[in-house]
Design a protein. Structure first.
Length: 626
């Protein structure tokens, strides 16, 4: 790889920022190191010691790392451009303006990406990575090997927000300010909820049925998702992850403990510090499964990548298809009607049970390779550490080599190539495959040496989720205006710098936000309660007021309301802007929110109802003070 390539990228960004603050030089140096470091780290993983001996495995791994180098490149360029106050419009132009862009890593390796779903006001904005693929040329001259992180049926990335550092020195949203909804235990019990933005739960996240989340779920505890959910992003949990049936997760799942999925659930790569269990039927994994424990596929599943486990791997449901390899530190068990396009690598026994099993590449068993199923077909070679037993009718189109005896008792079994063993080998009467009790192409028993099985790979490790600092803005103790009560059918107009001992808004009341003079900050030393319904009207010019759903959502960054106590919004009490509670924050359902919402240390919950929606807009006050 030519590192000069990445200097040219940094220089290109620097050129577009010419004339900006001279103090940005250090930031550019840091940016260059970040970009080179992340890509260098990706390539550093591709050492000969970690490569498989087979070309297909090597090329596939290179393509995977090339794709991840592309992801690191985009994220680093985003951060460097933000730190140097490049406008969003210029940043998107620099990154290709929505066109498909290809960058070479080496002469025969590259990644391609496309940015899409771009929303901007010219300075700030957000976007998604709609396509990102790593590619490596085929040295044999055939089709290139590719690995897609996004696009090609794998969906788009989470929404990536772009907020450049402003003249006042504020940073991009960090901590809880990055999330649309955050707190201790975050619970959304309302069905059919729609959330545009990411959710952070310090203790747990629990979503009811039919959740639509355009963003990530990040929890320092457990994550559970009800049925028929859609997560356009990734899940990170420092506990367990549980998905009931009919869920779609377009990103990855990263969990410290167990991951359990029920019927008809789709996700990207799974990385677990515990066990991974797929139950029910029709599971789709668009990537790899990595487990520090065991992997159990008790349902019909389609895994587009590899399965890698420190413990055992069991695939027991007919109709399952594994497009990559299976690696297990312990036993591999494959039952009837399973198709594996790759190979098998076990540190212990490999058990091929029941009928109609197909394995496309080599089988490597650390100890015994037991073929008890009837009618299994194995396209390549079998290498076993201590012995091979074929008690079911078995066809091996390649060779069989064993550190112990090779026993063939399954009538009609066939080894088309060579059977080579340090021990004895069953004598067969067949003159060709399909004749006699069994057939062996070449029989070499009691040999001094045989090919040893390849040891299994280790799984990718779970990575601890972000632990965001508890937001702790300056605590307001003023109550200059006393208690605020807005009666039914009455209205109240707010401006900046308002202080109350408590806030109670009756159902049917209207709150008006005049943003013509700047940001509105509302503080309560006690609780805040909004009744059913609460209507929000917004004015940008101080004269004309419009429904909160009819104005530019970017205006929501100018409204902030904070309670030293609890915040409760009744059914259909809507809100425009950011809400922060030092106690609990509770929404009783049917609400429409545009902004962000956080509890300092208590629970954050939507308790009931349906039709709930939440759209993330970062808060000026939260960015500066959380």
């Amino acid at each position: 790889m030519e590192t000069r390539f990445f200097f040219r990228l940094i220089q290109g960004v620097r050129g577009k920022c010419s004339g900006w603050s001279a103090g940005s030089s250090l930031l550019w140096a840091i940016g260059a190191l970040v970009v080179m470091g992340v890509v260098g780290a990706g390539l550093a993983l591709m050492t000969p010691a970690t490569m498989q001996s087979k070309l297909q495995q090597e090329a596939g791994m290179k393509a995977y790392y090339n794709a991840n180098a592309g992801l690191n490149f985009i994220m680093s360029m985003n951060e460097v451009a933000e730190l140097n106050n490049m406008s969003f419009t210029n940043y998107i132009s620099l990154m290709g303006g929505g066109s498909s862009i290809a960058y070479n890593i080496d002469s025969d390796e590259y990644f391609t990406y496309r940015l899409g779903n771009i929303v901007t006001n010219g300075v700030n904005g957000n976007y998604q990575i709609t396509n990102l693929t790593g590619t490596v040329a085929n040295s044999a001259g055939g089709a290139a090997y590719s690995y897609a992180i996004y696009g090609g049926g794998k969906g788009s990335s989470r929404i990536l927000n772009y907020v450049p550092v402003g003249a006042g020195g504020t940073s991009t949203p960090s901590g809880a300010a990055k999330y649309v909804f955050s707190g201790g235990d975050v619970t959304i019990s309302a069905s059919k909820e729609t959330v545009v933005g990411s959710i952070y739960g310090r203790t747990s996240i629990s979503l009811a049925d039919n959740a639509v989340i355009t963003g990530d779920l990040i929890s320092n505890g457990n994550v559970s998702v009800g049925s028929k959910g859609s997560i356009t992003g990734s899940i990170c949990s420092d506990g367990t992850v549980s998905l009931t049936e009919d869920n779609v997760v377009t990103g990855t799942i990263n969990s410290k403990s167990n991951v359990t999925m029920e019927s008809r659930t789709t996700t990207g790569t799974i990385t677990s510090g515990g066990n991974v269990t797929l139950n029910g039927s029709a599971q789709q994994i668009n990537g790899d499964i990595n487990a520090a424990g065991n992997v159990t596929i008790a349902s019909s599943a389609n895994v587009s990548g590899n399965i890698v486990a420190t413990g055992s791997v069991t695939v027991s449901s007919s109709g399952s298809k594994i497009s990559g390899n299976i690696y297990a530190g312990d036993v591999i068990t494959i039952k009837s009607g399973i198709t594996i396009l790759g190979g098998l690598y076990s540190g212990n026994n490999t058990e091929l049970q029941d009928s109609s099993i197909s394995v496309g590449l080599d089988i490597n068993a650390g100890k015994l390779a037991n073929f008890t199923g009837w009618g299994g077909t194995y396209q390549k070679n079998v290498y076993a550490g201590t012995g091979v037993n074929m008690s079911g009718k078995t066809t091996v189109n390649g060779n069989v080599e064993s550190g112990g005896a090779i026993s063939i008792t399954g009538y009609g079994s066939c080894v088309k190539g060579m059977a080579k063993s340090k021990g004895s080998i069953t004598s067969c009467t067949g003159s060709s495959c399909g004749s006699g009790d069994c057939f062996i192409g070449t029989r070499l028993q009691n040999q001094a040496s045989v090919t040893s099985p390849i040891s299994p790979n280790s799984p990718s490790s779970y990575v601890a989720c972000a632990t965001e600092p508890v937001p702790n803005p300056p605590k307001n103790t003023k109550s200059t205006n006393g208690a605020l009560s807005v009666a039914k059918n009455a209205s109240k107009t707010f401006s900046a710098g308002t202080y109350y001992s408590s806030i109670n808004v009756a159902g049917g009341a209207t709150l008006k936000f005049d943003l013509s003079g700047g940001d509105i900050t509302i503080f309560s030393t006690g609780d805040i309660n909004l009744g059913n319904p609460t209507t929000i009207m917004v004015s940008a010019d101080g004269t004309n007021y419009y429904s909160m759903t009819s104005v530019n959502t970017d205006l929501a960054k100018k409204v902030y309301m904070e309670a030293n106590g609890n915040i409760t919004l009744a059914w259909k009490a809507n809100w425009f802007g950011t809400l922060f509670s030092r106690g609990t924050i509770t929404f009783q359902g049917g609400n429409t929110f545009i902004g962000s919402y956080a509890s300092q240390s208590g629970a954050a919950a939507v308790t009931s109802g349906s039709g709930y929606s939440m759209t993330y807009v970062p808060s000026n006050y939260a960015v500066a003070n959380w």
